[in-house]
Design a protein around this ligand. Structure first.
Ligand SMILES: [Zn+2]
Length: 254
């Protein structure tokens, strides 16, 4: 049975962001805050802003739930504990006590794409439409993990297609990117998988995908080149056969 973790992640993330903006002595007023409920905020002695979500603020219309497989979590956590010891750390010291389980959940989050089907996402939102010009979704944030070092690579993805009678929801394009990015990847394969998924599920006149990414395995280890950006591209249909169409796309994403 997968265990459900109902964390108010989005609200908390927003609040922490907000907390960064206020001066340390500011008491955030209880009323008039997004989320509706009353929120008591105060400072503790160490200068950390403590945000207390009171009973009423936890009632919300939308709640994002994170679901982790308990067996997988425990299996990974056990091994992470061993890794910590192998690295010469004391897994029982206070700061590391919850680290194995955090790493286990984090790894499952970062690889959630294995349980998602990009083609299904598109097929669930197909609409008849006569529009036959380029549809471009630019600057899609990309977070993936290199399969050689299991370190993140981060960047932007640009996706364009030319409809042939059908369009899909714009958010579906971003979700297809997410589906393939949230796996162990190489940038080259990721680029091609996004193109092929959209080509096969939507059957457009052509698909273009460009990814620009910074690989942390190149910055923090190995050659330690922190500014290197890797660009990959994949085209199909009209983007392959027509240099004009391809150039139009490349100009638009500059
Ligand atoms: Zn790598």
């Amino acid at each position: 049975m997968p265990q459900r973790y109902a964390k108010k992640r989005d609200i908390l993330r927003f609040l922490y962001k907000f907390a960064d903006l206020v001066s340390p002595s500011t008491i955030i007023p209880e009323s008039g805050r997004p989320g509706g409920g009353s929120i008591a905020d105060r400072m503790d002695g160490t200068g950390t802003l403590i945000i207390v979500l009171t009973e009423t603020s936890t009632r919300m219309a939308y709640e994002k739930k994170e679901i982790y497989d308990e067996g997988v979590s425990e299996g990974i956590a056990l091994r992470v504990r061993e890794i910590l010891a192998l690295l010469g750390e004391d897994p029982d010291r206070e700061g590391l006590l919850k680290t194995p389980m955090r790493v286990a959940k984090s790894l499952q989050f970062l690889t959630q794409g294995y349980s998602q089907d990009g083609a299904e996402l598109i097929k669930a939102a197909l609409f008849d439409e006569k529009y036959r010009q380029m549809v471009l979704v630019k600057d899609i944030e990309l977070y993936s993990m290199c399969e050689h070092h299991m370190l993140p690579f981060i960047g932007k993805c640009h996706v364009a297609y030319i409809p042939d009678g059908k369009i899909t929801g714009l958010s579906k394009i971003a979700r297809v990117v997410e589906t393939y990015a949230r796996r162990l990847q190489v940038q080259e394969r990721l680029t091609v998988q996004i193109r092929d998924c959209i080509q096969q599920a939507l059957r457009p006149l052509g698909v273009a995908v460009v990814i620009e990414a910074m690989h942390t395995c190149m910055c923090v280890r190995g050659v330690q080149k922190s500014n290197a950006i890797t660009t990959t591209s994949a085209f199909s249909g009209a983007f392959l056969s027509s240099a004009r169409t391809r150039n139009e796309f490349l100009n638009l994403i500059k």
